[in-house]
Design a protein around this ligand. Structure first.
Ligand code: X90
Length: 277
């Protein structure tokens, strides 16, 4: 039985060697232009365009048809989506999965609602790949991935929550917390898959130390960490050093945010997925 992993583009990566992997793009749009979240999207250019743009901007998730196309070509498929609490991606994927199973006798599709996004999705996808390599049955992988998900978490540090607030993904009062120059909001993906602000930090260094503290509080003991950043490699590397000081054997990876996460995390934003308690 052929296995495949499919994810929406909020996971921030498009290639996963060693397993059949494909992605479906979310989209970012203004009145003038549509940015499709693929590896070809120029993030620098998008951020610059949006800075100059005076009107509205918004995002949209993949539709059922786009998910259906991406599922094609395998019998055992795991699809991983951004949190169903902030996007319709999960429900499109579930519908696509049902249709796919109706059309392909014997096919299995399981859609994982990450209740998160970005680098926490990355951890889930990397783990699915390991389970597939171990040749576990579809059922066993489905059980094990839901168990694994209980131990992964997402923290973020944002300089601006303007796009989140404008698109109704966060309360405008929360967005105001970050309104002052030099202030960062450190928060987490809640158990329900929403944005939960935890701290208001003055200065980048303080926000990174706060993230490292939060990780420890949530049971991080030196496992896997995946950091993605929106045009802020410097901070991602500093955070890596802070974590390594306490936990030298941690497995830490750094990625660029792709389109969707860059739009919402905005310039300077960091997303940190990690294995905890
Ligand atoms: O369907 C759509 O149009 C996509 C909407 C996505 C809205 C939220 C994206 C958040 C991106 C921001 C910081 C991390 C928040 C974690 C919350 C679970 C990244």
């Amino acid at each position: 039985m052929k296995y495949k992993i499919v994810a929406d583009s909020s996971a921030n990566f498009f290639k996963l060697p060693g397993v059949d992997f494909s992605t479906v793009p979310l989209k970012i749009r203004t009145e003038h232009k549509e940015y499709v979240d693929t590896p070809q999207l120029d993030i620098h250019e998008m951020i610059e365009d949006l800075k100059k743009h005076k009107g509205q901007s918004s995002t949209s998730c993949p539709n059922v048809f786009e998910w259906m196309e991406a599922l094609n070509g395998a019998e055992n498929i795991f699809a991983v989506t951004i949190t169903s609490n902030l996007s319709g991606s999960y429900s499109s994927a579930v519908q696509a999965g049902e249709e796919y199973m109706n059309e392909h006798e014997g096919a299995n599709v399981f859609v994982v609602d990450s209740l998160s996004t970005g680098t926490e999705m990355q951890l889930i996808i990397e783990k699915l790949k390991e389970y597939i390599a171990e040749e576990f049955s579809f059922e066993k992988i489905r059980e094990k991935i839901q168990e694994y998900q209980k131990h992964t978490h997402l923290l973020f540090s944002l300089q601006s929550l303007t796009n989140l607030a404008r698109n109704g993904r966060v309360n405008p009062a929360v967005a105001k917390l970050a309104g002052v120059l030099g202030i960062r909001v450190v928060g987490k993906a809640s158990d329900e898959g929403t944005l939960k602000p935890l701290h208001k930090c003055r200065g980048e260094r303080k926000s990174l130390e706060t993230i490292a503290e939060e990780m420890k509080k949530h049971g991080f003991m030196g496992g896997k960490v995946r950091i993605s950043h929106c045009l802020n490699l410097d901070s991602a590397m500093q955070l890596k050093d802070i974590i390594l000081k306490d936990f030298p054997s941690s497995d830490i990876g750094i990625e660029n945010c792709s389109g969707l996460c860059s739009y919402y995390a905005e310039k300077g934003g960091l997303l940190v997925g990690y294995e905890g308690a």
